[in-house]
Design a protein around this ligand. Structure first.
Ligand code: SF4
Length: 386
């Protein structure tokens, strides 16, 4: 395979406290020792990754154009962690970064930290605000307050031209008026990028036990919330470029576009996932095992999840592509993956306004985004090899 540009994800698994809805791999940070051990393990994995990629990538002049430090709560760690990590990354891997993002939480972030991040070469901050309403933060089990979130937003507005705000809607007790007020507060800070996710009840989380069914909100209400967000943000000048993401011109997240456009990415750290070419692999979700294996054997405890064939690629292309406003190209489906979709299915979905069928492209509508999984399933059922 010949792919030159890659995205690099690094997982930081530490948080102050586990949020009840969260299904990312994270553990409460107990002591500084584990941070040191984790740093050493990642440094070891970086060296391993270099060899691994050399085997996977025929073209030897590949390079990473994005680095995304996610979690967990990366901002919980001391700056020295990132200084050492970056030193190792830039020394070992070919990196020509266009975008270097770090996720931060309002309770572990301030203007001083922001300046230090920018000095390190980080050029994009993603802040986990989640709600700008005290009762929302409480319901979501977040440990920061609205005033802390506002302080973070003020620091970012003043000192950083590229930042993103993560928000959640659909929490128990939220009204349309709450949401409207939250959006109005948020827009005062002009974030160049906003991610607005619907609260999902994920298996294995505290919320899954507390609320086995998310029965406080109907599909019609979700539609009202989603439409309010879309209308408010697009009329403010944002492009709704992905099912849950909005950006001003030039502020789309380059890193996440790698996932949505099925480009190759490497994930380092416990629980991180990678896909290069047709191989997808995942590191263990056991922190101790991750550290011990790298310390003892200089390789990560990874597991190959799958070798994607053309049908899997075609399905993934439809699923990811229809998250994007630009949709999917039937030509790419045919030329890259050797699959077609039965036209009667496409026409039916278009007639019912779930998609727009334009030339060779299928584009999602707002109605289609609301029923994304069903639309995708329908199109999958219409796939046939050509
Ligand atoms: S801070 Fe973020 S990563 Fe950590 S538990 Fe909460 S939602 Fe999950």
């Amino acid at each position: 395979m010949k792919e030159k540009e890659l995205a690099l994800y690094i997982h930081i698994p530490f948080c102050k406290k586990k949020c009840p809805y969260c299904d990312f791999f994270s553990v409460p940070l107990k002591n500084a020792e584990i941070v040191e051990d984790y740093l050493k393990a990642i440094q070891q994995e970086v060296i391993f990754a270099k060899t691994l990629l050399n085997e996977f990538i025929e073209e030897k002049d590949f390079y990473f154009i994005t680095i995304y430090i996610g979690g967990g709560t990366p901002s919980i760690l001391p700056l020295s962690f990132f200084e050492k990590l970056f030193e190792c990354l830039f020394k070992t891997l070919p990196i020509k970064p266009k975008e270097v993002t770090i996720e931060v939480n309002p309770d572990t972030f301030d203007a001083e930290k922001l300046k230090a991040y920018l000095n390190l070469g980080i050029n994009r901050i993603s802040v986990g605000v989640q709600s700008l309403c005290e009762k929302g933060l409480k319901e979501l089990g977040r440990i920061h307050s609205v005033s802390q979130a506002v302080l973070s937003l003020e620091a970012l507005k003043e000192n950083c031209c590229n930042f993103s705000v993560d928000m959640i809607f659909g929490w128990k007790g939220q009204t349309l008026k709450d949401l409207e007020d939250e959006i109005n507060t948020l827009l005062k800070y002009n974030p160049p990028h906003i991610s607005f996710y619907e609260l999902m009840i994920e298996e294995g989380t505290e919320f899954a036990q507390r609320y086995p069914k998310k029965n406080w909100i109907s599909e019609e209400e979700v539609e009202k919330f989603y439409t309010l967000i879309n209308d408010s943000l697009t009329s403010f000048g944002y492009e709704h470029y992905e099912i849950s993401n909005y950006a001003f011109l030039k502020n789309k997240c380059i890193h996440n576009l790698f996932y949505w456009e099925l480009k190759p990415y490497l994930g380092l750290g416990v629980s991180a996932v990678s896909r290069v070419g047709n191989v997808r692999w995942r590191n263990t979700r056991n922190l101790e095992k991750y550290i011990n294996t790298l310390t003892e054997f200089s390789r990560p405890p990874l597991r190959i999840e799958e070798f994607l064939d053309n049908l899997q690629f075609a399905k993934e292309y439809i699923m990811m592509g229809l998250r994007l406003k630009d949709g999917i190209s039937l030509e790419r489906l045919r030329n890259y993956y050797n699959y077609e979709i039965h036209r009667d299915i496409v026409y039916l979905l278009a007639k019912q306004n779930y998609i727009i069928f334009e030339g060779n492209k299928i584009l999602p509508t707002l109605k289609g985004w609301l029923l994304h999984n069903q639309v995708v399933k329908f199109l999958w059922d219409g796939l046939y090899p050509c």
